[in-house]
Design a protein around this ligand. Structure first.
Ligand code: AMP
Ligand code: ZN
Length: 460
């Protein structure tokens, strides 16, 4: 599989350190509110990557953190007259509810920043001991960006360019404007943890360096997040981890493009966002997942109500195809074997697409092409062939994390027996009874379609 690596700015063959095992870290949410549809993009995209790597037979160690201490959480707690942890735990639960709704697999570990203060202070100490970080006179600890000669390698900008806009302001306690906080001394009334530098809390970036090291090791295979995290968040994570550990932090970096509204990034600060919860209440969760993986992950994606509706309609076509397969299997009388080969061809196309930098758009197109073939051929196929098609259909849609809300056998027994009776009375040419049964079925909300494979019950 090839992936576009932000470090090298090209598609690289994705080779893990240990064959058959991938260690992946994905920056997770800051839990102070419901997530919006833009936040759900990395969640769904990288869950799809994980599913694909597992489908190929690999073991995936997948770590996605919870930022449970930060200025926005403290602000929200103050507004509500409560403590930061009440806010953080509440919205962490809401986040997991949305993840379940979006059919996102639980991570191997969902580490919380506040439960890794020891690990955070251990890295901070390593950096201070090696001279990469210093303690300012107010108790803050800063990283010396100039001391790291690789600084800027992920965003491909030399330090001088990054520095151009930065100014040291009056009263600044940093040695240099590019230095960034590893540890922040606490202000009165703020949550604080004891440290050798006085009471304080972690800076923004250090938690990911510490939790990746703790749960995945010094060098990981892949680190992911939205493209807005490249600078400064990921650049700073690299600086801290590589200077503390003395080795490469992550071999590959993947970044998803923005979810936009009218060409502006969906974000809380621009107030142009829709929460996943609100959209799910209107159209369900699955169309949101479908939408988020319907384009290539590096391209911008434009959110509109219409496009979500059309995703819902597309999903309905897949549900119908799969339900038709169930029906055909229950009535299979043909000899055809064509779908066995079509299933293998669909798989090959699907893999080609996914191997090319996780091209979910083309992978979805391969599934739809397969669905059309199923619809065309199923009436004349053998049971074995239909089963092979169903298995492949489930497997490929499962890699995309789709089709989890399909209503399977939802036809009640009394409806089925009415349909069976209708078949009998029609054979006996008892049209009056057949019509009466049709009316009774209609009053129950069902119609019967007579197909080549026999009567099919459809809910209206
Ligand atoms: P935040 O809680 O703002 O740190 O965001 C959590 C994740 O969502 C990060 O990986 C961000 O890069 C990502 N993200 C935030 N807004 C968007 C957006 N509009 N489109 C795509 N990804 C986003
Ligand atoms: Zn992070």
């Amino acid at each position: 599989m090839k992936i576009f690596n932000t470090l090298t700015r090209q598609k690289d063959e994705f080779i893990p350190i240990k064959e058959g095992e991938y260690r992946i870290y994905v920056c997770g949410p800051t839990v102070y509110n419901f997530i919006h549809v833009g936040n759900a993009r990395p969640v769904c995209v990288f869950d799809t990557l994980r599913r694909y790597l597992e489908f190929l037979g690999n073991k995936v160690y997948y770590v996605s953190n919870i930022t449970d201490i930060d200025d926005k959480i403290i602000k929200k707690a103050n507004e509500e007259g409560t403590t930061y942890d009440v806010i953080a735990r509440r919205y962490e639960q809401e986040y997991f509810t949305d993840c379940r709704g979006l059919n996102v697999k639980p991570a191997t570990v969902h580490p919380r920043a506040t439960e890794h203060i020891d690990e955070i202070l251990a890295i901070t100490k390593d950096l201070v001991d090696k001279g990469f970080a210093y303690v300012a006179n107010n108790g803050d600890v800063y990283f010396r960006a100039h001391k790291d000669h690789d600084y800027g390698k992920l965003s491909h900008q030399p330090l001088e360019d990054l520095e151009a806009g930065a100014r040291i302001s009056v009263g600044e306690i940093k040695e240099d404007p590019m230095d960034f906080a590893v540890w922040k001394s606490s202000k009165p009334g703020e949550p604080a943890w004891a440290s050798p530098y006085g009471p304080g809390r972690p800076g923004w970036h250090i938690e990911c360096s510490a939790m990746a090291r703790r749960h995945l090791g010094d060098t990981i295979d892949l680190h992911c997040g939205g493209v807005d995290l490249v600078f400064p968040h990921h650049e700073n994570e690299i600086a801290q981890s590589e200077c503390a550990n003395g080795c490469t932090f992550a071999n590959y970096w993947m970044h998803n493009g923005f979810l936009n509204i009218d060409n502006h990034k969906m974000s809380k600060s621009l107030n142009n966002f829709f929460t996943v919860r609100d959209v799910a209440e209107q159209v369900g969760y699955e169309p949101i997942r479908f939408f988020l993986i319907s384009g290539h992950y590096r391209s911008p994606l434009n959110y509109t109500k219409e496009v979500i509706e059309s995703c819902k309609a597309s999903l309905e076509r897949l549900y119908t195809c799969r339900n038709n397969l169930d029906f055909a299997m229950g009535n299979a009388s043909g000899e055809g074997k064509e779908l066995i080969a079509k299933a293998e061809a669909a798989k090959a196309k699907f893999i080609d697409a996914m191997d090319d930098d996780l091209n979910t758009a083309d992978a979805i197109a391969a599934v739809f092409e397969f669905a059309r073939e199923i619809n065309t051929l199923s009436a004349s196929e053998s049971k074995e062939s239909l089963q092979a098609a169903a298995d492949m259909f489930d497997s490929l849609t499962g890699v995309l994390g789709l089709l989890y809300n399909r209503n399977t056998d939802d036809v009640p027994e009394h409806v089925k027996s009415l349909v069976a009776e209708r078949t009998e009375v029609r054979k006996a040419k008892n049209w009056a009874r057949a019509d009466a049964i049709r009316d009774e079925l209609a009053s129950l909300g069902y119609v019967v379609e007579d197909t080549a494979s026999g009567p099919k019950i459809v809910r209206k």
